[in-house]
Design a protein around this ligand. Structure first.
Ligand code: NAD
Length: 497
């Protein structure tokens, strides 16, 4: 009998009344490893009701007590990091060490949000008028919803739900239906840490569940991460239904390599950033912009050798560089992009389409692919592939490189590799991208700096993490107050000043 991943409503596991079950695969073997129950309207209504009922008590809980739950949660995450990583690897396919790294980035946000009493501190002005004082406070919104992608099944749910809960909101998480076990386990750990029933509910499903959640009259805010069409759809639908919304979409991050860059270092950086997690990261580096043919030739030669030598196998096997892709469907999609790149006339230097991993012939594996002479009109360059495919684009100078990055539809992350501070400074100032690295290939901001892209990588105004996370999940209230000491009152018919 296969395991069925259930919902988590009002502090307990709920099998659900819907008979709609969706298969879960082990990407390394290609075999069905379990099933996930898709929610019906009944479970969604129950989850929203539970979150609504829990809101008053949780929002009135002193922030220091909410922080104590987070401190305990952090401890439980650390104690359970191996189990969490195994769940991630089993359903997502990424390497265990990579899974652990992403869980640590999740823990960092929990650590930051343990400081919630300080983050929620308001401001106070004495004597804004004679004997009148004024203060501003941040208050929680109510029932919030988070919709998460498959590629970080622990880190991203933490990024969306923990700031919401820390601020005193209640939350409904709809994780990716491709790897739902780890997010469900997070809910169990939060309850072990003392989170009251109803503050966090987990609902599984696909677009049907998302639509019911984001249009529901009792939901006040929606935060989502996924591909750009989905992020745009969720943002617009949520806003049209009167919700506060922020959604984060796809990416095509460029790494600009200047002629003075240290080629050996760049090769190492690019390999990890392009092929780590099989390229299934929104901050992956699938495009190298080589400034000058000399740099391009110097890069492509060692890259070819190293990409051909990538060690590819199941995520639980030690010594691997890369695991399988998440599903067969995604594998076929990535391969079809490689076919397209060839058809478009890009030069395929390393072709990983035919890879078979011995003992894991039905796994969703492909080898690393490397294209040279990719141009900006090609779809292999313009569209997000989200797989282990690296494109080298050759340009003549820095201006052309900057223009190329700025003209791309996406603006999530980018990096420049150079030893010239002036060039690096110009790049960081002028590039139209939200997260920028200088000699840092994956510039994912830490929890106390804001996270978020620009252009079609984001919909909404504020970022994730740091103070911006608190800003999204709270509304400001300004109180103006006066206390009388027996003096007479009289009506004033003009604007108080
Ligand atoms: P996806 O867009 O297919 O799904 C994301 C979530 O939306 C899932 O929970 C899914 O069930 C739901 N969903 C799917 N189709 C929907 C629809 N039509 N209507 C409503 N909801 C729908 O994304 P994915 O394949 O799970 O994740 C990969 C994508 O996420 C990539 O594009 C990647 O760049 C992006 N991503 C972005 C960031 C970021 O910070 N910008 C971070 C991680 C991943």
């Amino acid at each position: 009998m296969t395991t069925i991943v259930h919902h988590f409503i009002n502090g307990q596991g709920v099998a659900g009344k819907n008979n709609h079950l969706s298969p879960l695969y082990n990407p390394a073997t290609g075999a069905v490893a379990g099933q996930v129950a898709f929610a019906s309207t009944t479970e969604i209504e129950e989850a929203i009701k539970s979150a609504k009922n829990a809101f008053r008590a949780w929002s009135l809980t002193p922030s220091i007590k909410r922080a104590r739950v987070l401190f305990k949660f952090k401890e439980l995450l650390e104690q359970n990091i191996e189990k969490l990583a195994e769940l991630v690897t089993k359903e997502h396919g990424k390497l265990l060490e990579d899974a652990k790294g992403s869980i640590l980035r999740g823990i960092e946000l929990v650590e930051f949000m343990c400081g919630i009493p300080n983050l929620l501190k308001g401001s106070y002005s004495e004597n804004v008028g004679t004997d009148v004082d004024s203060y501003t406070v941040r208050q929680p919104l109510g029932v919030c919803v988070g919709i998460t992608p498959f590629n970080f099944p622990v880190m991203v749910p933490i990024w969306l739900m923990i700031p919401a809960i820390a601020c005193g909101n209640t939350f409904i998480l709809k994780p990716s239906e491709k790897d739902p076990s780890a997010p469900l386990f997070l809910a169990e750990l939060l309850h072990q840490a003392g989170l009251p029933a109803g503050v966090l509910n987990v609902i599984h499903g696909d677009k049907t569940a998302v639509d019911l959640l984001i249009k529901h009259p009792d939901v006040v805010a929606v935060n989502a991460i996924g591909s750009t069409p989905v992020a745009e759809y969720i943002y617009k639908t949520a806003v049209m239904h009167g919700k506060r919304a922020q959604t984060f979409g796809g990416a095509k991050n460029h790494g600009v390599v200047m002629p003075d860059a240290e080629i050996d270092r760049v090769v190492e950086a690019v390999l990890g950033a392009a092929y780590g997690s099989a390229g299934e990261r929104c901050m992956a580096l699938p495009v190298v912009v080589a400034v000058g043919d000399k740099v391009a030739d110097a890069l492509v030669k060692p890259l070819k050798k190293r990409v051909e030598a990538l060690k590819i196998g199941p995520g639980h096997m030690s010594g691997m560089d890369m695991g399988p892709l998440v599903t067969r469907e995604h594998l076929e999609r990535v391969k079809s992009y490689v076919d397209l790149g060839v058809k478009e006339g890009a030069n395929l230097i390393v072709d990983g389409r035919g890879l078979k991993v011995s003992g894991y012939e039905n796994g969703f594996f492909m080898g690393g692919c490397l294209f040279d002479h990719v141009t900006s009109e090609m779809r292999i360059y313009r569209e997000e592939v989200f797989g282990p495919v690296l494109c080298v684009v050759r340009v003549k100078d820095f201006e052309s490189a900057l223009r190329l990055v700025n003209e791309h539809e996406y603006g999530n992350g980018t990096a420049i590799f150079t030893q010239d501070g002036n060039i690096a400074r110009r790049f960081t100032h002028e590039v139209q991208v939200g997260m920028v690295g200088v000699n840092v290939p994956i510039p994912v901001p830490v929890a106390y700096h804001s996270f978020g892209g620009w252009k079609h990588s984001v919909f909404g105004d504020v970022g994730l993490h740091a103070e911006q996370g608190v800003q999204f999940y709270t509304k400001l209230k300004t109180v103006t107050e006066r206390w009388f000491a027996g003096e007479k009152s009289e009506a004033h018919y003009f604007m108080p000043s």
